[in-house]
Design a protein around this ligand. Structure first.
Ligand code: FMN
Length: 329
């Protein structure tokens, strides 16, 4: 099986960018220091100076390489220019077209491009754009879900499509421990991208209640009830008591006609949080936290404790090696 690091990183372990600001400098630096690829998350609005600050704060915490994730659905051109100027190791993109021009600009700046895709067709287009690796997201994933296919069938198809090109395929969705890592390797992946597991880490910027719920609760749901006005895309969320009581929400209901239930400072900007808003609670959030969206992948039921991000990486890497030796040699 393809046990090796990817893109110059020691391990094929990627911490997915966690919007809107859950993967901040502390988490990304902790992942980088442990030999993984940590990804900051750029703001959903143009804020190149702020983003430069975020990158510099991370560099103050680690001398290892790391990357930044950008959601192309939102304004991003100035942010991407700042990322390329700062020459971080990796630009991760999702929810938009990965153009040849973007890949060219990034490569000219010495930055690798790693899109996250949710379908075979999207994978085909990104391969043609000349990317450095692809994250293939299955429907099991937490957060906004790009496609409909499960990882067990989608990933091998993308692996076959890549063929002998030097483009590592990285599996995302429902992976929370070494067993998931080894399963992904068996499907043809060279790496894994975990989101939910890293939300429930010591260094993530998630609100303590959100982290605790990830440990306490086990079930998730694919839905579209949160954030319909700002970002109408399906998402996988934790089945919290609040979510389970919601029932069906009529199509014309969205966060804009709902009451304000709290406040958050997101990337330095104060925001009201309305009921049914799509932003998860971060460490600054006040108000009715339990009634806010909590994104989570199907692997949530495997998360039993909040641990440092470095420990997550250590357990994944050592556990996977042990499992391969014991079961497959
Ligand atoms: C709280 C949260 C926020 C996320 N934000 C983003 C994002 O901004 N951009 C992105 O490409 N993926 C985002 N994702 C998805 C991850 O990149 C990844 O596909 C997913 O977390 C993998 O599934 P898992 O959560 O089961 O590990 C997010 C996931 C979570 C849980």
């Amino acid at each position: 099986m393809g046990w090796k690091g990817i893109l110059g990183f020691e391990y094929g372990i990627v911490q997915g960018p966690l919007g809107p600001d859950i993967s901040g400098p502390e988490l990304v630096a902790a992942v980088a220091n442990a030999g993984g690829l940590g990804l900051l998350r750029a703001p959903d609005w143009e804020s190149p100076d702020y983003l430069r600050e975020l990158i510099r704060k991370t560099r103050a915490l680690t001398d290892k390489p790391f990357g930044v994730g950008v959601v192309l659905e939102f304004p991003h051109e100035e942010n991407i220019k700042a990322i390329l100027k700062e020459k971080v190791a990796v630009l991760q993109i999702s929810w938009g077209e990965c153009s040849k021009e973007l890949v060219h600009d990034a490569h000219s700046a010495g930055v690798k491009v790693v899109p996250q895709v949710g379908s075979f067709e999207e994978a085909r287009k990104t391969i043609e754009a000349g990317v450095d690796a692809i994250i293939v997201q299955g429907r099991e994933a937490g957060g906004h879900v790009l496609g409909q296919d499960g990882i067990i069938s989608l990933l091998p198809r993308v692996f076959d499509l890549v063929g002998d090109r030097d483009i590592p395929v990285i599996a995302a969705g429902g992976i929370a421990d070494a067993r998931g890592y080894v399963a992904a390797l068996a499907l043809g992946a060279q790496g894994v991208c975990l989101g939910t597991r890293f939300v429930a880490s010591l260094e993530s910027y998630a609100h303590p209640t959100y982290k605790r719920k990830l440990v306490e609760l086990n079930e998730t749901e694919y839905t579209d009830v949160f954030g319909r006005a700002r970002w109408p895309a399906p998402e996988r969320v934790l089945q919290t008591p609040f979510f389970n009581k919601l029932g069906t929400i009529p199509a014309n209901e969205n966060e804009l006609n709902q009451p304000v239930i709290g406040h958050s400072t997101i990337h330095g900007t104060e925001k009201e949080v309305r009921r049914l808003a799509g932003t998860v609670p971060n460490a600054s959030t006040t108000g009715d936290i339990e009634s806010m969206a909590m994104y989570a992948g199907e692997g949530t039921g495997l998360i039993k404790e909040i641990v440092p991000a470095g420990e997550i990486i250590k357990r994944l890497a050592e556990g996977a090696q042990l499992l391969i030796q014991k079961q497959f040699n």
